[in-house]
Each structure stands twice: as structure tokens, then as C-alpha cells.
Design a protein around this ligand. Sequence first.
Ligand code: HEC
Length: 159
Amino acid sequence: MKFLSKLIPILTILLLFNCSGKKDQTDSFDITKSKAKPTEETKASERVDLENKGVGPVTEVVLAAEIDQDLARTGEGVFKQSCVICHKPDVKFIGPAPKGILDRRSPEWVMNMILNPNRMIKDDPLAKDLFMEFNGTPMSNMGLTEEQARAVLEYFRTI
Ligand code: HEC
């Protein structure tokens, strides 16, 4: 009897310990679940934001329904000369792939990103997120003229 009266409190403690242990496990499971949420958000490079025109010299671009092939060829030349060290047309490289960029961004935003990347990374929320996604590698200002940037934009319509 003496033995039993000692055993019962011990068993009770063990039981309690076991239950509270289980409870902790469920709690921490919930925490990891809620922590995982932000990474499930759409990456900046894949986010669609056609309203945002960005920050910079370009406030309005009108795209003709038909692609200007001569202008696109000029743009391809500029791209090959100034951009391919960091961008491949259709796969992620040091920077994102510009393929299909006009399905995700406004033409004004793209041109401002080319002409004014430093301000964009500082003041435009999407460019900021993109900069973070690419681990703080900044898009470089390659000193293009507005005409050259417009030509690159036309080239982007062809890839
Ligand atoms: C030194 C590397 C480097 C060079 C050179 C460079 N870029 Fe970038 N570019 C990046 C990086 C990195 C990003 C993404 C991170 C950021 O925006 O800071 C980017 C982002 C962009 C974006 C936005 C892409 C998106 O999906 O929203 C465009 C458009 C762009 N670059 C065009 C160009 C063009 C056009 C040229 C050539 C005139 C060029 N880049 C030259 C590194 C570069």
C-alpha cells in the first residue's frame, strides 16, 4: 500500500508531463505553419502589376498593336551589347528573364527600370522587392538614352 501511494503521484506527474509535451508539439507545428506563409506569396519577379508606372522620366508609352520589327532589331542589338552580362532573354540569370515582361509590368515601369534603376530600387515598392528577391544585387544603370530603352522595350515584345 505504501508502495502504491508513492507510485500514483509519480504516474500522475508522468501523465501530465506527457500531455503537456504533446500540447507543445501541436503549438510549435502551428507556428511553423504560419511562418511558412510569407514564402508562399508570389515572388516579386512573378508578380503582376500593370498599374504601376514606376519612378523616372517615362510617364506614358503607347504601344502600337503591331510590333515594329526594325525597332525591335535595334533593341536586340542594345540588349546584346549592354544587358546580356546579367540577363538572358528567357531564363533567370543574375537578373530576371525579361520574356513576357509586358504581361507583368507596364511599359512605363520597364523603361523607368532601365533608365532610372537606382531611384526605382529606392522608391518603387515592386523594384524594392525585386532587389530583395535577387539578394541585393542591383539592376545597373547602363546609361541608355530614352530611344535605346524604347527599342529594348520593343525587343522585349518579341521574346
Ligand atoms: C550588373 C547586372 C545587370 C545589368 C548589366 C543589367 N541588369 Fe537589369 N537587372 C539586374 C538585376 C539583379 C535585376 C533584379 C534586381 C533589381 O531590380 O535590383 C534587374 C532587373 C531588371 C528589370 C526588371 C525585371 C522584372 O522582371 O521586373 C528590367 C526590365 C531590366 N533589369 C532590364 C535591363 C536592361 C534592358 C539592361 C541593359 C540595358 C539591364 N537590365 C542590365 C541586373 C542587371
